[in-house]
Design a protein around this ligand. Structure first.
Ligand code: THU
Length: 127
């Protein structure tokens, strides 16, 4: 699965976001170690703090399917160029990173920007 395809799926699922409060839609697409794909969008709640980010929604589906390592994750918002994950999602991606380091893919203008989770979250928490 190439990263352009992964981003296409993130764009597609961003259209399913439930975002009546912020109006900010996000889609994420995870590529697991075993080349499986999981998508997720953000979904909000009248009790704002209960809102779930697209990234953690997609990662939850990966976990429920028995996969444990994220090779890459594409993230997209129609409202923002190069929409990078929030701090909480960075820590969650960090938990499931691959040995080579998980690629975080965002869309900056027309092209893709790729960086490693450890660049976005140096010295993430480990137990
Ligand atoms: N959001 C995400 O889905 N992912 C992020 O990394 C940043 C924020 C969502 C949460 C909320 O529904 C909306 O974007 C505005 O914060």
């Amino acid at each position: 699965m190439d990263y352009e395809k992964l981003m296409e799926k993130a764009i597609e699922v961003s259209e399913k976001a439930y975002n009546p409060y912020s109006k900010f839609a996000v889609g994420a697409c995870v590529l697991s170690e075993n080349e499986k794909i999981y998508t997720g969008c953000n979904f909000e709640n009248a009790s704002y703090g209960l809102s779930i980010c697209a990234e953690r929604n997609a990662i939850g589906s990966m976990i429920a399917d028995g996969e444990r390592k994220i090779k890459a994750i594409a993230i997209y918002s129609p409202s923002m160029k190069n929409c990078t994950p929030c701090g909480a999602c960075r820590q969650v991606i960090h938990e499931f990173q691959t040995e080579g380091g998980t690629d975080v893919i965002t869309k900056s203008g027309e092209g893709l920007k790729i960086c490693k989770i450890n660049e976005l979250l140096p010295e993430g928490f480990v137990l």
